[in-house]
Design a protein around this ligand. Structure first.
Ligand code: UD1
Length: 418
């Protein structure tokens, strides 16, 4: 299953290049289905979720091959429009293929995406958006049967600015006749990246990054070369690691503009942060100050995906920090594992209260989800002694080489394949 062993107590220094964004590349890979041509995806991170998306593309009849660190996808020929349960379960965001397959084929047959990890993750808004465009969707025996041979543009109003529902709506709208307007759309940078990819293929999508997105459907599409945006969550993870351990690191190939709420919290905690056009430098003395309450919210609010790593950075801070998780119901599973390292965290429902302690001690802990797993590594980097974080398969879904990158920054970290 794999584990990461960590010898805590070392400062971080040096520089590393940040990988491409998982949450961008997955919808972009789904979107390659629409163009019916060859796409080159640059800065494509090598992740197990990307492998799962590539396997879905191959199952559908596309070619998907790595070349010089790029993923080449050729969707000229599509031989089927279903995704079996085994592939759907490998990755939660497999559901984004629904809108793309529907737009390309007029029919899609998918099972529900894999089990729950952060509490319930419904897809009702995805389905409602597709129905607004005229799709008829039947749900039976854990499967979704979607018919949408003549999709028509429409007014999609999302009750919540859901990232996945916004992506599915954009993809389906590309295959719908006429204009679609998506209101209360998610504003995450990854949505803007999806728009950039689609426009490079010849689609007419406008407004991504804001809350109203307009799509003019049925434009003739072609392949393109697209460079995925840097991963803001991975950037935040490395910033939090250096903040917690103390040190001086430079992250290259990233975009500070996507991270304002995180860098502000780290500055408040006592770190010095300097941003260049594509670099972020962080300097930290190691013992941080508690910060004002951290409330997760849709972008541009504080990202739920950064809650765990910031919490890890503040475990030895002076004072008390309150976290309020507003996006997912059970996103504090890392807290119990951190307690095994001596952390003082009280969780009640959506609220977690972290009282900084003097020291953390090493422990064997288990990753229960992707970001929580990375957060345990950050906790272990500060703990006295040798820790192990087990069940690393969760971490590999989103980090191409967490252990290698941290080792390159001077941490004593090793990935084991056990
Ligand atoms: C995406 C990100 C994930 C991030 C999350 C929130 C990807 C691959 N994943 O996930 O990393 O943590 O955004 O920024 O990009 N909801 C419904 N009905 C729906 C859809 C969502 O009620 O049909 C609710 C969810 O339960 C949740 C909230 O909306 O409370 C936000 O979820 P959403 O933005 O859809 O998250 P994901 O797209 O799953």
């Amino acid at each position: 299953m794999g584990s990461i062993t960590i010898e805590g107590g070392h400062r971080l220094s040096g520089e590393t290049v940040v990988q491409g964004a998982k949450n961008s590349v997955l919808p972009v890979l789904a979107a390659t289905l629409l163009c019916g041509g060859a796409c080159r995806i640059r800065r494509c991170p090598r992740l197990s979720d990307v492998d799962a998306a590539a396997d879905i593309l191959r199952y559908l009849g596309c070619r998907a091959d790595w070349e010089d660190g790029d993923l080449l996808v050729d969707s000229s020929v599509l031989t089927r429009c279903d995704i079996p349960q085994t592939l759907m379960r490998r990755m939660r965001s497999s559901v984004i293929f629904l809108g793309a397959i529907l737009a390309r084929c007029g029919w899609a047959e998918l099972s529900y995406p894999g089990g729950c990890e952060l509490g319930p993750r419904p897809i009702d808004l995805h389905l409602a958006a597709l129905r607004t465009l005229g799709a008829s969707i039947e749900e039976s025996g854990g499967k979704l049967y979607c018919q949408g041979r003549h999709l028509r543009g429409g007014q999609i109003v999302l009750a919540i600015p859901s990232v996945g529902a916004t992506e599915n709506a954009i993809l389906a709208a590309c295959g719908a006749e006429g204009v679609t307007v998506i209101t209360n759309a998610a504003r995450e940078p990854e949505i803007a990246d999806l728009q950039d990819f689609l426009c490079a293929c010849g689609a007419e999508v406008r407004g991504a990054g804001g809350s109203v997105i307009t799509v003019e459907g049925l434009k003739p599409l072609h392949g393109c070369v697209h460079r995925v945006i840097p991963d803001r969550i991975v950037t935040a993870t490395y910033l939090c690691a250096a903040a917690a351990c103390g040190g001086d690191i430079l992250l290259r190939g990233t975009d500070y503009r996507h991270l304002a709420t995180v860098t502000t919290a780290l500055q408040q905690a006592g770190c010095r942060i300097d941003c260049g056009e594509t670099d972020i430098r962080l300097r930290s003395e190691g013992r941080l100050q508690a910060v004002t309450p951290v409330r997760t919210a849709p972008y541009p609010g504080f990202p739920t995906d950064c809650q765990a790593v910031l919490m890890a950075a503040l475990l030895r801070s002076r004072g008390t920090t309150v976290f309020v998780e507003n996006i997912f119901e059970s996103r504090y599973r890392h807290a119990a594992e951190m307690q095994r390292m001596g952390a003082d965290i009280r969780v009640e429902g959506r609220v977690a209260v972290v009282c900084g302690v003097e020291r953390l001690h090493a422990a064997d802990v288990f990753a229960a989800d992707l970001r929580g797993g990375a957060a345990l590594v950050i906790a272990a980097l500060q703990a006295e002694g040798r820790s192990a974080v087990h069940q690393c398969r969760h971490i590999q879904r989103g980090y191409a080489d967490l252990a290698g990158d941290l080792a390159g920054l001077g941490a004593r970290v090793r990935q084991n394949t056990e």
